[in-house]
Design a protein around this ligand. Structure first.
Ligand SMILES: Cc1cc2nc3c(=O)[nH]c(=O)nc-3n(C[C@H](O)[C@H](O)[C@H](O)COP(=O)(O)OP(=O)(O)OC[C@H]3O[C@@H](n4cnc5c(N)ncnc54)[C@H](O)[C@@H]3O)c2cc1C
Ligand SMILES: *[C@@H]1O[C@H](CO)[C@@H](O)[C@H](O)[C@H]1NC(C)=O
Ligand SMILES: *[C@@H]1O[C@H](CO)[C@@H](O)[C@H](O)[C@H]1NC(C)=O
Ligand SMILES: *[C@@H]1O[C@H](CO)[C@@H](O)[C@H](O)[C@H]1NC(C)=O
Ligand SMILES: *[C@@H]1O[C@H](CO)[C@@H](O)[C@H](O)[C@H]1NC(C)=O
Ligand SMILES: *[C@@H]1O[C@H](CO)[C@@H](O)[C@H](O)[C@H]1NC(C)=O
Ligand SMILES: CC(=O)N[C@H]1CO[C@H](CO)[C@@H](O)[C@@H]1O
Length: 603
């Protein structure tokens, strides 16, 4: 009875409204929203999809970029490299990097529904259990620990067999995967090639490099088959997985495209805390036209590691000194906004080898094959096996350096291999000590922010990459490589030339995090409380890669899916420490369902 009356109440609040995709700010009809989500990327798509599962919530999702639907390049895995520098990319570039002799680095970010998950490399790795335990330790919230977060890893995933149905027994662990979630994950269609057999042979010959059944078990150390967010030969993004046609058809979801959030505004202080549920919007094409909308329950920023801190700073939330230099009035002095940004850097090390080059891909034929049968080279990335390793405990690096990893089951280095006459590995440093930052160049929301990845500004990072090159030498010293690996092409890691080579070549694998990081409740550091609410304000959360308090030792999309899945549950449940905006739900909530400090929002 109660529920019947409630449904009527909500039906009256939004008479005959139905969800729709709007192409411009001017076409958006006037409607009241419980939640407004800024950014339809990796995290924002998950939050919007999960919240609209509850038909009583009305949600507006605002995305700066265009729709993903019907764009071939976003569907075909083999066309991934053609996406940077297009209208689907924000086209960011760093400032000259002091650690790289002044070189700048391009930092692509998705500018389309699905965000960076629509343009990324599709590698699927969750990182180490120890990483999430570090999240729990840093935030003081055991809910972020591996044990508690693992169900969300399964919830978001739908493991798929490769097209063609090759036998994948022994190449992954069925126990650690989800089978009914939204994100398709698979192994590639092509079975192991002769080069891969040498990699596996090495795991049987050298104890330092064991075989690891599954990199996503939380215990990744060793050589494993690479999994990717591809299903049926197609890219699986947050847009295809969470904003599918049935989700878009939900009457309680409106999606507004080509629209940029320029600021968030205080809805008026309530007691001592700011209440921030209003967002200012502008057409992405620019100009001075602005429109404001207020969410009745919460505003969620999911604009990503670069843009969420940018929006906060434009709104006067950030480091007072930095903001006043740009003439922006500080409403919340949070010095950590945009600071302490780690990223994973990558450097390729090569050896001449006794092999022939693989035949070049016939791109016309590959696309035709993808279209007709979802098979062939365009269904997968070329990367097959990945090695996850720790720097040995007896390495000289530990004479002068502390260990930045989250624990003994977490790797410092990731190596992925490529065969051919120039054989070698891409070395990724998973545990950098260097930190970068995002700051404002201007109070104009359409001006790119200042992005500094801070590469190689701490000595550990270059030393650790040298350790990666030494590790590869040890790997190639195994019997599997006799008569195959001939001589190094890139500089010897024991020479100063190696340092200059790295400074000249190292680049990003696109995993910056931490610009709006969570920390303990009451802590002076960090930007968010453990429930992702902005410290010192109510009504406003930030949920995206920037919220991550410790960079996982893996590629970041899985961590973002996991974070966003839990965030959706946190948002659905309302902590009764604040009066508003939870007050309405308390009054309309059947009394029996109010627990001591926590109450479910009618879900
Ligand atoms: C080229 C590339 C390759 C990558 N490869 C991999 C990989 O192989 N494996 C892996 O795990 N990870 C990879 N990553 C990293 C991973 O994709 C990201 O860490 C993750 O997707 C980030 O999710 P997010 O929700 O924080 O941000 P995003 O997914 O970037 O979403 C942010 C969204 O907000 C929108 N937005 C921004 N500002 C505004 C505004 N002011 N108003 C409205 N909307 C706004 C953006 O357009 C975007 O849609 C890659 C990333 C890139 C860019
Ligand atoms: C990125 O740059 C390209 C080439 O100049 C341009 O076509 C595209 O629109 C830019 N992307 C955005 C989001 O502005
Ligand atoms: C699949 O491979 C496994 C391990 O190599 C093997 O034990 C099994 O018999 C194979 N299954 C089929 C159906 O061929
Ligand atoms: C570290 O230990 C390994 C294995 O015991 C050994 O082979 C290697 O020589 C040692 N390295 C150093 C630098 O002591
Ligand atoms: C450690 O630091 C000391 C003192 O600066 C130096 O002499 C030594 O060479 C360093 N060791 C390594 C392995 O870098
Ligand atoms: C290259 O490999 C072939 C076998 O594949 C072998 O006969 C030959 O000796 C190798 N060459 C070198 C230089 O090791
Ligand atoms: C960061 C990145 O992937 N950059 C690539 C963008 O596309 C150009 C041209 O295809 C490549 O050369 C870059 O490496």
């Amino acid at each position: 009875m109660q529920l019947g009356a409630l449904s009527l109440l909500f039906a009256l609040a939004a008479p005959f409204a139905s969800g729709k995709v709007y192409d411009s700010l001017t076409s958006l009809p006037s409607r009241n929203y419980d939640f407004i989500i800024v950014g339809g990327g990796n995290a924002g798509a998950v939050i919007s999809s999960r919240l609209t599962e509850n038909s009583r919530f009305t949600i507006l999702l605002v995305e700066a970029g265009p729709d993903n639907e019907g764009v071939l390049e976003l569907q075909v895995p083999g066309l991934q490299t053609s996406l940077n520098g297009t209208r689907y990319d924000w086209n960011y570039t760093t400032v000259p990097q002091t650690g790289l002799n002044g070189r700048t680095i391009d930092l692509p970010r998705g500018h389309v529904l699905g965000g960076s998950s629509s343009i990324n490399g599709m590698v699927y790795t969750r990182g180490a259990a120890d990483d999430y335990d570090a999240w729990a330790r840093i935030t003081g919230d055991p809910g972020w620990s591996w044990k508690r977060i693992f169900p969300y890893a399964k919830k978001h995933e739908r493991w798929m067999a490769p097209v063609g149905g090759r036998n994948i027994t022994g190449q992954y662990d069925p126990k650690v995967h989800g089978y009914s979630g939204n994100t398709h994950v698979s192994l590639r269609q092509t079975p192991a090639e002769p080069f891969d057999e040498r990699l596996f042979q090495t795991t049987r010959e050298l104890p330092e490099f064991p075989f690891s059944l599954d990199p996503n078990s939380g215990y990744p150390l060793g050589l494993s088959w690479t999994q990717s967010t591809i299903g049926n030969g197609e890219r699986s993004s947050a847009a295809t997985g969470y904003l599918s046609a049935p989700v878009r058809a939900r009457p309680n979801l409106d999606i507004l495209l080509n629209t940029q959030a320029t600021r968030v505004l205080s809805t008026g202080p309530l007691g001592k805390q700011l209440d921030i549920r209003t967002v200012e919007l502008a057409p992405r094409s620019g100009g001075t036209a602005r429109k404001t909308l207020t969410a009745s329950k919460e505003l969620v920023l999911s604009a990503g590691v670069i843009n969420s801190p940018q929006i906060l700073m434009l709104s006067g939330i950030g480091d007072r000194e930095h903001l006043s230099a740009l003439g922006i009035k500080t409403i919340l002095d949070l010095p950590a906004v945009g600071k302490d940004m780690p990223d994973h850097a990558i450097n390729v090390v090569l050896w001449a080898a006794n092999d022939t080059a693989p035949p070049p891909i016939d791109h016309v034929a590959a696309l035709e094959e993808w279209k007709t049968s979802r098979s062939g080279p365009y269904t997968e990335h070329r990367r097959m096996q990945t090695l996850w390793s720790r720097i040995p405990s007896n390495s000289s690096i530990w004479q002068n350096e502390t260990d930045p990893s989250s624990g003994k089951n977490a790797p410092h280095l990731e190596l992925y291999f490529a065969g051919g006459p120039r054989t070698g590995a891409a070395i990724i440093l998973l545990t950098p000590k260097s930190r970068g930052s995002v700051s404002l160049a201007s109070s104009d929301p359409f001006t790119h922010p200042v992005i500094d990845l801070g590469y190689l500004t701490r000595p550990f990072d270059l030393k650790a990459i040298r350790e990666g090159a030494r590790l590869l030498q040890r790997f190639f010293s195994g019997p599997a490589w006799t008569g195959y690996v001939l001589a190094p092409i890139t500089p010897d890691p024991e020479t100063p030339a190696f340092d200059e080579f790295v400074r000249g070549r190292i680049t990003t694998v696109f995993h910056p995090t931490g610009t709006t990081a969570m920390s303990r409740r009451g802590a002076k550091t960090g930007v968010l409380d453990p429930d992702l609410k902005v410290k010192g304000a109510k009504g406003l959360r930030v949920v995206d890669a920037g919220s991550i308090p410790f960079l996982p030792a893996g590629h970041t999309q899985a961590a973002v899916y996991i974070l966003a899945e839990r965030a959706a549950d946190l948002i659905k449940s309302c902590v009764v420490e604040s009066i508003s905006p939870c007050i309405r739900s308390i009054f309309i909530q059947p009394l029996a369902r109010i627990t001591k400090y926590r109450t479910e929002w009618l879900s």
